[in-house]
Structure formats: C-alpha cells, structure tokens
Design a protein around this ligand. Structure first.
Ligand SMILES: [Zn+2]
Length: 347
C-alpha cells in the first residue's frame, strides 16, 4: 500500500470510529425510560423490556396518513412458545376522512398472525411511538374494538415520546365509563322541561321501532335530540351486510348538521323497555365532536340522557362518558370556529 493510500484509509477510518463512538453514546443516552408515575403500573421487568422492544419496532412501522400526515405507529410484544413476538400496526387514511387506525391495525395483525385467543390473553399493552405524548386517548371506535378483542381490564397503554425517550403508561380501563356509572337522576333534575323530556323519550322509542336489525339484537337503540333552535332529530341503529353499522347518535347528528343546526342541547337514548341502553364508544365520539361545537360557540355541553322506558333516567355528558377524547376543536380550533360561523350566519 503506498503512502497516499495509507493516508486515505486513515481518513476513512477516523470518521468510522467517530460514528461508532457517537452511536454508542446515542444508544446510551437515548434509552427508553418509564416516567415516575408509570413505574407503579409496570413493576415486572420483563413487561418493561417488552414495552421498550415494542416501541423500538413501532418506530419503523409503516403508515399512510395521506390526509392528515399524522402518523400513528403502534406495537405490542409478548412471549409465545418461548420466543418474544413483536407485532406492529400503522394508520392508513383514504379518500373522505376515513381511516384504519394504528391500534386496531396492530391488534388485527396479532389476530391474523396468532389467533384471537392470543389477542385476548397475551397482549398486555398497546405501545405508541409518538413525537409527543399527552394528546387524546383512542377514538371511540378503537375503544369498542379493544373492549371486544382484548383483556381490556388489564390492558396497558404506553406512549413513548421520541424527544426525550420518556414512556408514559396508563390503564386502558381509564378510557372506559360503563353506562351503569352514568349517574341516575330524577326527571326533575334533567335540564329540560317535563314536556321536552317526555317528547324526547317518545321520539327515541318511536325511532327504535325502525332502523335495521338483521344482525343487531339486544343492543338495538333509538336516539332523539333537541337542538338550541328547538328542533328535534331522531335516528335508530341500522346494520348491513358489509358491517358498516350506522349508529343512532351519529345518524341524528348528520340530519341536524345537514340542516345547519349545529348546536344540540340534549340527546336521549332508549333501548328495550325496562333495560338501560348501551351507548357505543363510537357513538360517544360523534356526540363528543358535536359537543365540542357547543364549546367553541360558548354554549353548554350536550346533555346525554339514557331512558329505561319506565320513567327512570341516567344523565351525563359526552365529555364524561369518553374520557381523554379528542375532536377537531383540539387539532384545528380556528378552522372550526370559522366553519361554524360561516355555516350558521344566516340562521
Ligand atoms: Zn381510533
């Protein structure tokens, strides 16, 4: 080797050493670390390592959020047949604002690879790789999906923040509020006149006689709403062969918004007589979004009322029934205000 080649080789080697040193520093300083509050939820070192492995895998999970450009990278890890299995998921958006969400994508991937029993028994957490943690929890639909497919009472949610590699862990159960925990109230405590309440009950019950129930059985409900402009809207659940269920609250909200009647005072849901109706989390998400319109306009939140058809009521709000929710009011508050102003000015 001649002198100049030795020199070139040396010049090539120096940066290589520097890079290697930089990587080892980087690997040391950028380890994932549980926040103080999270340590209490993750006492098992094996689980902690699985969470960190899942976050490392989630960093590279593929997404295609072509409308929002907001990546949701999810992953989980568990031991099965003596080996660690890491499964990732990513969000995809298409055409109108529709999407496959990161956490449902990942859980579906677990089921596809290992079967539904594994999803129910072995998935102990959903980890998200995020620029910043502290945003909203899962959307209503993803809550329905996680309720149905996982051991949700023990499921943990881990958010790994890329900026400082801190990992915040919470319980999925904190996102869940069972209808049984909506406070039961006397009719006199409902902030509607007795006549308005009576008419809403009748309207929701009448709506429930309709809809489409070829697949839905006991969960069939009807919903009715009263707007600030004094109009009533109602809808019943409707199922179809493609399993794109139309939800009752979503249905009546679409009617009200079609009439540019964006601000609702109350929504009442009725099920089978003598039973408390179920309000799916997806439907709560629609209600939460609509209630955030009220908030943007300085109005009171929508009152959510359940009727058992026998003069008994439970009352709450969409904010309370969908904890840590998000809506367009969080992502684009100015655009929402402008939209509402331009669509309600002639009313
Ligand atoms: Zn979702």
């Amino acid at each position: 080797m001649n002198k100049s080649l030795v020199k070139s080789a040396f010049l090539l080697l120096v940066p290589a050493f520097a890079i290697a040193a930089w990587w080892s520093v980087r690997a040391d300083t950028l380890q994932w670390k549980l926040t103080k509050d999270s340590e209490a939820l993750v006492t098992d070192a094996k689980l902690r390592d699985e969470i960190f492995d899942a976050l490392n895998a989630a960093e590279n999970s593929g997404t295609d959020p072509r409308l929002t450009h907001f990546n949701v990278k999810a992953a989980t890890a568990f031991h099965k047949d003596g080996k660690e299995r890491v499964v990732v998921g990513g969000n995809v958006e298409y055409e109108v604002p529709e999407g496959i969400h990161g956490e449902t994508s990942m859980l579906n991937h677990v089921t596809a690879l290992y079967g539904p029993e594994t999803t129910r028994k072995d998935v102990r957490f959903v980890a998200f790789y995020a620029q910043q943690c502290g945003g909203g929890a899962s959307c209503g639909d993803c809550r329905d999906y996680q309720l149905a497919t996982t051991d949700w009472e023990h499921l943990l949610i881990a958010c790994g923040q890329t900026s400082d590699r801190s990992v915040k862990v919470t319980r999925f159960a904190d996102q869940i509020v069972c209808e049984r925990n909506f406070p039961e109230v006397d009719a006199a405590k409902v902030p509607l006149s007795q006549d308005e309440l009576r008419r809403l009950v009748g309207s929701a019950q009448e709506a429930r006689r309709g809809g489409v129930t070829l697949f839905t059985t006991t969960r069939h409900t009807g919903a009715a709403a009263l707007s600030f402009s004094g109009k009533t809207y109602r809808a019943a659940g409707a199922d179809d062969a493609a399993f794109h269920y139309r939800y009752p609250i979503g249905g009546l909200l679409q009617q009200a918004m079609t009439e540019r009647d964006y601000f609702l005072r109350a929504i009442l849901v009725a099920g089978e007589e003598g039973e408390w109706p179920v309000v799916n989390y997806r439907d709560r998400q629609y209600g939460y979004e609509a209630s955030s319109f009220n908030h943007a306009a300085g109005k009171a939140p929508i009152v959510l009322i359940l009727s058992n058809g026998r003069g008994q009521y439970r009352m709450t709000s969409f904010e309370a029934s969908l904890p840590s929710a998000f809506s367009t009011a969080d992502f684009m508050p100015e655009a929402l205000k402008k939209f509402l102003a331009s669509h309600t000015e002639e009313r």
